[in-house]
Write a protein that binds this ligand. Structure first.
Ligand code: FES
Length: 358
């Protein structure tokens, strides 16, 4: 804090599919440390579009073990940032970029290796591609099984790179494609399964690829119904929650705004350089109130997905409208997504200095 955005040059734009591009950034030597990242993390971009400041987060598709820093962006209907990037941005242009953030990775690296199960729907492949490359290179005993759903072969992002990885890592890496329409023109290593990523496909995948290690880890990113299905099946199989990592693209924050209004409350906020005393009007989140008062608080998605706005607060003082990223034990410890937190007591105290790197 204050929220720092850096101006980075776009070194290269790679057309991955008709609707998806990857951006490679120019990182000056003085910012190399600032932009050091973990597999599965993301960058937040900021841009004025039609007079409005837009912020969006995009995951790294590169691995931290690779030289270039690369994010991948699929154009979404009515997506102002993704449309700008796909349609207007040119090599040599600059973008305002916040340093890497995100918690979609694991810190456990047993020497005896691990079985990784990755579930990707569409552009949800982006952080999983970064994770796959990283863990395959990190330990020669690791194995990765990827279930990857798309409409058809042309919409399959990183199709050729994944094939190259299969050849490079042989029995340690396999991709099971699931396609809405199978043309049969692409020679996949494993025959693609026709259909969508529903429960029967997920069961079939887990039955086909049994864990080879004592240690297992599960990463899921894609459309919400697919993510819920994977989560449900892993719960039924008593897979420990700590080993299941979910990265949501969308949330139900707006739907919950009517039902979880919160109340007007006194707010004490500890920022790195000052302590602020103010009021939160009824219906506003902690983040909204501080931004409206002119304080520069880090945020990105504003929908409970990214944890850029993380603060610490007594769990009895606030309620989150939605939370797609914090675990139950983290919430119990006082971690709170301030873009989703509304007061439930007359006075609340938020500490932004505990978790935020700024
Ligand atoms: S800004 Fe993304 S969770 Fe709050």
């Amino acid at each position: 804090m204050p929220t720092t955005f850096y101006t980075l040059g776009v070194k290269q734009i790679v057309q991955e599919t008709p609707e998806t591009v990857s951006l490679l950034f120019e990182i000056p030597p003085s910012l190399k440390e600032t932009f050091r990242y973990r597999e599965g993390q993301y960058l937040t971009l900021r841009k004025q579009i039609d007079g409005e400041e837009i912020r969006r987060s995009y995951s790294f598709s590169s691995s931290p073990l690779e030289q270039d820093l690369k994010i991948t962006i699929k154009q979404v209907p009515n997506g102002r940032m993704s449309t700008y990037i796909n349609q207007e941005l040119k090599e040599g242009d600059t973008l305002e970029v916040m340093p890497p953030m995100g918690r979609f990775y694991s810190d456990s690296f047993p020497v005896e290796g691990k079985s990784y199960f990755l579930f990707a729907g569409g552009s949800g492949i982006t952080p999983l591609f970064s994770i796959a490359k990283t863990v395959l290179h990190a330990n020669p005993l690791n194995a990765v099984w990827l279930l990857y759903g798309n409409q058809n072969e042309d919409a399959t992002i990183f199709r050729e790179e994944l094939q190259a990885l299969e050849q490079e890592f042989g029995s340690r890496f396999a991709v099971q494609h699931v396609l809405g329409q199978v043309s049969g023109e692409t020679p996949f290593q494993l025959e693609p399964w026709p259909g969508i990523m529903d429960e029967s496909i997920i069961h079939r995948f887990l039955n086909r690829h049994r864990p080879q290690h004592l240690h297992k880890e599960y990463f899921v990113c894609g459309p919400t119904p697919m993510m819920k299905a994977v989560e449900r099946i892993l719960q039924e199989k008593y897979v420990p929650k700590k080993t299941v990592h979910l990265e949501y693209f969308v949330s139900n924050a707006e739907a919950n705004a009517d039902t979880i209004k919160g109340k007007r409350a006194r707010l004490t906020a500890h920022l790195p350089d000052q302590t602020v005393d103010t009021w939160i009007p009824e219906g506003q989140t902690v983040l909204d109130a501080l931004l409206n008062d002119g304080y520069d608080i880090p945020f990105s998605c504003r929908s409970g997905n990214c944890a850029t706005c993380l603060g610490k607060c007594h769990p009895d003082q606030v309620k989150m409208r939605t939370n797609m990223t914090l675990e139950d034990d983290e919430v119990a410890q006082g971690m709170v997504l301030t873009c989703q937190a509304v007061p439930v007591t007359d006075a609340i105290e938020i500490d932004y200095t505990q978790y935020n790197p700024y």
